[in-house]
Ligand binder design. Sequence first.
Ligand code: MTE
Length: 319
Amino acid sequence: MLIKRANDILSSEITPEPLYHNRRQFIRTAGAAAAGLAVGSIIEQPLRRLSALEQQDWKPKQKSPFDTDEKLTPYKDITTYNNFYEFGIDKDDPAENAQNFKTKPWSVKVEGLAKKPAAYNLEDLLKGITLEDRIYRMRCVEAWSMVIPWLGFPLSELFKKFEPLPKAKFVEFTTLLDSNQMPGQKRPYLNWPYVEGLRMDEAMHPLAIFAVGLYGKELPNQNGAPFRLVVPWKYGFKGIKSIVKIRFVENQPVSTWTQANSDEYGFYSNVNPSVDHPRWSQSSERRIGEFFKRKTLMFNGYGEYVEHLYAGMDLKRYF
Ligand code: MTE
């Protein structure tokens, strides 16, 4: 990819009710053929993992102003403990079943209220964009968290190429719909394709990024290749993976999880220890690799940067 790196120049476990049932059955039925293929391919082509030594030595080339100094979650955990329901329900399914997922070439459709709506080739879109390592803590809705060194760039850098109109108050993202490649889409446990959205001012915040890599390497398929959303002050499910459509709209989009259960998953989904999920508390979390739980921080610890976005809003109502 012809992408500049910042320093080269200057630079849930959310398990809705229906998923509780038949968890392991998934791959053995609908996705069996594809899963068989993927398992075979793992043996021939191991995951592009960093060696323990490489990972230990990894340092961001340049620090981003929002970075955390907390201990990084190991690459192995980040790439093998995933939610990506298009590839299965269990945490280890995506690493196993997404190996043959084809991410090149990749087309992104831009639609709606923008001066330059079109179908773009991702490689072309990324030309001239500066990639930066950004170390964010990520918090899943069901109380596990990780610290991930993403390689990415602010949404605003890409959006300026499309010139959204002032009437665009929200942006909606959509994941690829292709049940041949994504066996989970053969099962109706979510309304496919996966859809997410942000208010435009949230999307334009410099903490909201598109990630194309982690630990300085290309994004593994199970983490949302070739590019996915990362919004660190929100619960992990807002981070929609493998995006094929960006639509600028006037009205608030309805996300897949809100469609699945609007009492449990609101549009904003800001990390908020004082608003519990109806089925569990959100006040503490377990960092992957740690034994003791820690208290969850408002906005996942990014309050000083983002709380102004929600001034005057009742966050219990707009959860
Ligand atoms: N995007 C799509 N298309 N499909 C999914 O199932 N899962 C979400 C989010 N993005 C999901 C998705 C959830 S629930 C989480 S917690 C994060 O991806 C996990 O991202 P990670 O695997 O990189 O940690």
